[in-house]
Design a protein around this ligand. Structure first.
Ligand SMILES: NC(=O)c1ccc[n+]([C@@H]2O[C@H](COP(=O)([O-])OP(=O)(O)OC[C@H]3O[C@@H](n4cnc5c(N)ncnc54)[C@H](O)[C@@H]3O)[C@@H](O)[C@H]2O)c1
Length: 386
């Protein structure tokens, strides 16, 4: 077997295992194979190329149409998934910088876009005005993308906001990331979590889940949040809510979940407790100032796979996991169920926009689609002992 075939086979085998315990996507794939809802259309996706995305694209492609995939982040790209998709005849762009990959995906003149982080959609808006009249709809999956979407007042085509329905943030952002991030930390470092002191920066759904699962694992959890309402909620959930400056001097682990670049500054890190471990769960790779750490360090040690320890000039040692990229995605850790659930919703939304004339601008995912996705998830759980 060639190495490409071998890689594709590994991804197939992994998808088979995932589908065996939560068969929500194959149920939809069978339905799409019969109804061919996007026959004749071109769909461009900008997503983290994990095995789960491979599982989604494989089922979507049964519904007809041409699928084009660009890697949302090279650090979260799984080569086995890329090999599997390419061997299924799907065009996958993984090289160059983000802008190159967006341009390549858009060069296929897609009818529909599916995006994480509003990157492919922004590229279509800013760099391909010729597509504005023909793009039928776009689907944005993430919180960060919705923030960027709302900075635009002049959307010339419909954009479905999948993040702000009832399901995605409640299940995936909260339970999915909350569980997965701690598995990733254990896998990389081998630390026993119980008794460790951690600060979670950002108390949106992602931070709320990370804090809850940390507490369930026996950690001492503190929450840093700039929004006073969320800080108060964290307090009533039972967490101390110090400032970041205060927390970094005390905690052993710090997780960012803000979706904002530069959430932790070099000045704050300069005053951190010696040995602080830093990781990020937010969408971008820029919540932690990795470049600043590199430049501000007297010594940089590659301690283990994806574990880098920086000794700051005249300051503490800081260990960064996963180079500041969303750690659960980099390691593909945690239960696949929450992601499969919102991927089912992505497919249902694509089916919906392919058959519905929507007005330009943002629309939140309809409740009826979420009801369908939840029913399919309950059915999948029932089939496999849930
Ligand atoms: N790793 C994953 O698999 C995964 C999954 C879903 C979402 N995400 C990403 O995680 C991030 C958080 O998602 P969310 O749904 O919780 O978003 P959210 O916007 O609801 O919550 C972010 C919180 O961070 C707070 N915040 C912002 N800047 C801050 C700062 N400098 N200091 C302290 N608090 C600050 C905000 O007030 C807000 O309450 C987003 O980037 C999202 O795209 C990652």
């Amino acid at each position: 077997m060639s190495s490409t075939e071998d890689r594709a086979f590994k991804a197939e085998r992994e998808i088979g295992r995932i589908n065996a315990f939560f068969p929500i996507l194959p149920t939809l794939g069978n339905r799409w194979a019969a109804s061919r809802p996007w026959q004749g259309s071109t769909i461009a996706l900008n997503m983290h190329l994990t095995t789960l995305t491979g599982a989604l694209v494989r089922e979507l492609s049964l519904g007809g149409g041409t699928f084009i995939v660009s890697a949302a982040n090279r650090a979260t790209t799984d080569p086995n998934t890329v090999a599997m998709l390419r061997s299924a005849g799907i065009e996958v762009y993984t090289g160059g910088d983000d802008a190159d990959r967006h341009q390549q995906a858009l060069s296929h003149n897609p009818d529909f876009l599916i995006d994480v982080g509003f990157e492919l959609i922004a590229a279509a808006l800013d760099r391909r005005p010729d597509l504005h009249g023909t793009l039928r709809a776009a689907i944005e999956i993430t919180r960060s993308g919705v923030v960027r979407l709302r900075e635009r007042s002049d959307l010339p085509f419909p954009v479905v906001n999948l993040n702000d329905g009832r399901l995605k943030t409640a299940v995936e952002n909260r339970h999915g990331v909350g569980e997965a991030i701690w598995q990733a930390v254990q896998r990389l470092t081998g630390v026993h979590l119980s008794g460790r002191r951690v600060a979670v920066v950002g108390y949106g759904p992602v931070g709320t889940g990370i804090a809850a699962y940390a507490r369930a694992a026996g950690m001492n959890v503190e929450v840093v949040e700039r929004d006073p309402v969320k800080r108060l909620l964290a307090h009533y959930d039972g967490f101390p809510t110090p400032s970041l400056e205060d927390a970094v001097q005390r905690v052993g682990i710090l997780v960012t979940a803000t979706g904002r670049s530069g959430a932790v500054t070099m000045e704050q890190l300069g005053r951190a407790r010696d040995g602080l471990v830093l990781l990020n769960a937010g969408h971008g790779g820029d919540e932690l100032d990795i470049k600043g750490l590199r430049q501000g360090s007297a010594q940089v040690d590659h301690v283990a796979d994806r574990v880098v320890r920086y000794r700051l000039h005249g300051g503490p040692r800081i260990t960064v996991l996963g180079d500041g990229h969303p750690l659960n995605i980099v390691l593909n850790s945690g239960s696949p169920e929450p992601v499969l659930l919102h991927f089912a919703l992505v497919g249902l939304a694509l089916d919906w926009v392919a058959h519905t004339e929507l007005s330009p601008g943002e629309s939140v995912v309809p409740a009826a689609l979420e009801d369908q996705a939840a029913s399919l998830a309950l059915q999948a759980l029932e089939q496999c002992g849930g």
